[in-house]
Design a protein around this ligand. Structure first.
Ligand code: ADP
Length: 253
């Protein structure tokens, strides 16, 4: 039986179609007004792609907008399903998770059975999240999807000192005006965000297997910067932006 896991995030709506614990299809769309309609469109597209258009499937909904889908069969808490999704995706290895989403960062510790034992979230500040990179990307006329490749082997970064996204934007403009290379500015942003995330992890006894997920975990430049800042290797599962939606489908199953 196919189950649709739907994660209505602050920045992106993610949908996975799952059968027997396997993701058969996945897609994300930007969050916009009319979230139920956007999710329904994704669902139609997925079922069509799988050759079963119009099939009736159970819908497990989670994320900030989880109460906006009137047709949901299950409405599930996002932290619980994030733990479930990452635990299964990691083959039961994950003991700590850093979720870097569009508008928040969460640091979660998991037990040997994959249950949440500790949780901390940033303070609704854009400076450490995916949205910050998007805003910076617009100023730099560069898509966030290219940030990782552009900064591979870039060497010394431009220093971004502001801990506030609004002031960091002026810093970026000023660095551009000074002729500092775009790559160095982006690397500076990676390092700045990595420092903030490391601050959130400080004092938490993160054990060996630390996983990263959320959309921004798809940026290898940020992953490298965070590894340097935390002095450890980090794991990124396949489809890191979809672990929450996947966990919702698993939970419903
Ligand atoms: P939310 O659940 O809060 O909506 P997501 O976990 O879906 O957030 O992450 C959304 C963020 O992921 C966006 O802000 C975007 O900048 C970032 N993102 C998505 N895809 C990529 C990518 N390929 N490379 C870098 N960042 C990405």
């Amino acid at each position: 039986m196919i189950i649709a896991g739907i994660d209505l995030g602050s920045t992106a709506i993610k949908l996975v179609l799952v059968e027997d614990g396997q993701i058969l299809w996945h897609k994300a769309a930007p969050t916009a007004p009319g979230q139920e309609k956007i999710a329904a469109k994704l669902l139609d597209e997925g079922l069509l792609a799988l050759g079963c258009p119009g099939e009736s499937v159970a819908k497990a909904v989670t994320g900030y907008g989880k109460h906006l889908v009137a047709s949901a069969d299950f409405v599930i808490d996002e932290l619980t399903v994030n733990c479930l999704g990452i635990f299964r995706q990691s083959g039961g290895q994950a003991r700590a998770l850093i979720n870097i989403g569009g508008q928040d960062v969460k640091v979660i510790r998991l037990s040997e059975r994959g249950q949440m034992t500790d949780f901390k979230m940033n303070d609704k500040c854009a400076a450490g999240c995916g949205r910050f990179f998007e805003v910076a990307g617009r100023i730099l006329d560069t898509e966030v999807e290219r940030f990782g490749d552009l900064t591979a082997g870039v060497g010394e970064a431009a220093r971004i000192n502001s801990t506030c996204a609004v002031f960091a934007e002026s810093e970026i403009v000023s660095l551009m005006a000074q002729g500092v290379a775009k790559e160095k500015i982006i690397q500076g942003l990676h390092e700045s965000v990595a420092r903030r995330i490391a601050g959130l992890c400080a004092g938490r006894d993160l054990q060996d297997d630390v996983y990263l997920d959320g959309g921004a975990a798809q940026n290898p430049g940020l992953v490298r910067a965070l590894e340097d800042e935390l002095c450890r290797d980090l794991h990124v599962v396949a489809l890191p932006q979809f672990t929450v939606a996947y966990g919702a489908a698993l939970s419903a199953a």
